[in-house]
Write a new protein. Structure first.
Length: 635
């Protein structure tokens, strides 16, 4: 025990010292939010299409993509992705050629071509973003799965069973520019656009027909029937209605452009918006387009070794969690580093009513977003993270008390009718939208209650806001978590990988809500975590879990997943066990390891298509787990 505590103390000191040294003058922390090679590839394709000659950036992105190629010619989202990822490989191949720094005769390109053709070629691509990019740049026709959704859906009234604002916010900002392009059959090619026809193995029309068989025909027909019913209710000539829908789609994008020029602060939707504006007839030098290009360029994360484009820099998320973790580690709330971080976060609290208020109209703004340029898209997780960070200041400073009260009120108001919490928007769980014949729709189209969001919200409300299971908010959230536990004792986590993440959030949330450690739900969850502990003492889960919807072991331990599992067990066990101490030792060793598990993505975006490696996670979660162990068990 004493040996473990001494190791923990040394590691806490090392981590806190390093973090305080890395803080920016404005109080924030800047760590890379790494999203595979997909955004890098999109930016190369966009810049070359528009003849934007940022050669240094393009060359650095090219080199990063090329370095990520696997020996068999493919690209992967994560190291253990069996068989590689066809969509990512097509994007990488296309971008490498488009950059001009790789050529068709190069061995890496030949290897990639053989891999892509062996997997069925372009016609077997399933990612809707990849399909949209290929269609927008003239490499394929617009797929029926997209063009069958009419722009007129934006005109459907709020009371109608199918409404555009029933789609999740992150779905809407990607779907709108895509529908504009598909409606106009838009494509743009230049003299330098690579010809990808040699990647076509068979007719893409037949491939799409084959893929559509994977969707339930009856459900898709119900969706199409509802769309048709909505069209029949619109008043006016077809031409007038269509022009009104086009204008509304255009205004939808323009009204959600952030001050940095991005659409909703996401690189992916910003890229689609630029192509959509071109489809609407905007000149390439229009300020909306040039400003958006500046936003994308500013999203780069550069180091001595590589450069990547972040889909949405994680500055607020990282800053909030790090300020909280440092305080849990013993750094006082009045320490200069904490005060600077709190001042930074206070300035980033949102004051605008935006899309979140459509389903939650009677609540004052008070949330926080993920990126510092994000002013209209707050989310539950970032808000509770920021509130944890400013807790110690809210008692002494009236400005922080007001901020705290508004944030707490916003969080409580965001609880879904079913008792759980969503990520971005309340009661956005229209199952009909998951019937869209687009791969990934089941995860992207709606924003339902999640175990990770509900658990982390309960942990905040219980441990920081002082609410208990006697309060209706807590009681309903607790009941939601209990009813959504998997048979094996785990919970599915939507925004992290995956069952370890969800189980950690659920257990710590239930304990903070007042469920006793010996409650059967809590014990079953803790037993499951112990049952999947690795021989080395740590924990590790494959990204494939969120696609297969069952726990898939990684076979190795990662720092963040080990920390999540330990933090959950600390919340349950009255005394440390041998298994926990073994995990603590493994965690301390893993933080400084330089191996593939240290960069394995443990952030989730879209099952099978989008995963994130947070460079901050090797600090945040180990520091929290070690600090919580020290606080509970240290003498």
């Amino acid at each position: 025990m004493d040996d473990v505590i001494s190791k923990i103390d040394a590691e806490i000191l090392r981590l806190t010292t390093s973090l305080i040294r890395q803080q920016q003058p404005d109080g924030s922390w800047h760590f890379c939010f790494e999203n595979g090679i997909v955004i890098d590839a999109y930016v190369i394709i966009l810049f070359r299409t528009l003849d934007i000659r940022n050669e240094d950036l393009i060359r650095r992105l090219h080199d990063r993509i090329l370095a990520a190629q696997q020996p068999d010619g493919c690209w992967k989202w994560y190291a253990d992705e069996e068989g590689g990822n066809l969509s990512a490989s097509v994007e990488a191949y296309y971008a490498l050629l488009f950059s001009g720094y790789s050529h068709s005769a190069d061995e890496p390109i030949q290897l990639a071509k053989r891999y892509i053709r062996s997997k069925g070629g372009l016609g077997k691509v399933t990612s809707i973003l990849t399909k949209a990019l290929l269609a927008a740049t003239g490499q394929r026709k617009w797929p029926t799965s997209i063009s069958s959704i009419p722009l007129e859906i934006l005109l459907f009234p709020a009371y109608f069973p199918l409404n555009f604002f029933d789609f999740s916010g992150y779905s809407r900002v990607h779907l709108t520019p895509t529908l504009i392009m598909a409606d106009r059959k838009f494509s743009i090619k230049t003299a330098y656009t690579p010809d990808l026809s040699d990647l076509i193995v068979r007719s893409m029309d037949q491939e799409e027909l084959d893929q559509r068989q994977n969707f339930d025909h009856r459900e898709n027909q119900k969706l199409q029937d509802n769309i048709q019913a909505g069209l029949n209710r619109l008043i006016g000539t077809p031409r007038f209605i269509h022009e009104a829908a086009t204008a509304k789609a255009e205004q939808f994008m323009l009204s959600r452009i952030e001050s940095d020029g991005s659409l909703y602060s996401y690189a992916s939707s910003t890229i689609l918006m630029i192509f959509a504006l071109l489809a609407l007839g905007y000149d390439q030098q229009h300020p909306h387009i040039t400003h958006a290009i500046e936003a994308l360029t500013a999203m780069q994360c550069r180091s001595d070794h590589q450069t990547t484009i972040q889909n949405s820099p994680s500055t607020i998320w990282d800053t909030a969690l790090l300020a909280y973790a440092l305080q849990e580690a013993g750094i006082a709330g009045n320490h200069a580093a904490i005060r600077r971080a709190a001042d930074y976060l206070l300035a980033k609290q949102q004051h605008k009513k935006a899309d979140w208020s459509i389903h939650n109209p009677d609540t004052l703004p008070g949330g926080w977003g993920f990126s510092e340029t994000n002013t209209i898209n707050p989310d539950v997780d970032d808000t509770t993270a920021a509130l944890r960070a400013i807790k110690n200041l809210s008692h002494a400073d009236p400005s922080f008390q007001d901020s705290w009260n508004r944030g707490l009120n916003w969080i409580l108001s965001m609880q879904n009718n079913d008792g759980g919490w969503p990520a971005f928007e309340k009661n956005t769980d229209n199952k009909m939208l998951t019937w869209v014949a687009i791969d990934g729709a089941k995860s992207a189209a709606i924003d339902p209650s999640g175990a990770d969001l509900t658990g982390r919200t309960l942990e905040y409300l219980g441990n920081f806001a002082g609410l208990t299971i006697r309060h209706d908010f807590i009681k309903r959230g607790t009941q939601w978590l209990i009813s959504h536990q998997e048979k094996d004792g785990s919970w599915y986590g939507r925004w992290g990988i995956c069952y370890i993440y969800g189980t950690w959030a659920a257990i710590t949330g239930l304990r903070a809500a007042g469920l006793p450690a010996n409650h059967k739900t809590v014990q079953k969850g803790a037993d499951w975590l112990l049952s999947i502990q690795n021989e080395d003492g740590g924990w590790g889960e494959s990204c494939s879990s969120d696609r297969l919807l069952r726990y898939m072991p990684l076979g190795e331990s990662t720092p963040s997943q080990t920390a999540w599992a330990l933090d959950a067990l600390i919340a349950v066990q009255p005394q440390p066990t041998a298994a926990m101490d073994k995990g603590i030792r493994r965690l301390i060793d893993s933080v400084e390891e330089n191996k593939w598990t240290a960069v394995y993505p443990t952030g989730a975006g879209l099952p099978g298509y989008f995963y994130s490696h947070y460079h901050s996670y090797k600090y945040i979660w180990p520091l929290l787990a070690l600090s919580h162990y020290r606080l509970k068990y240290g003498s």
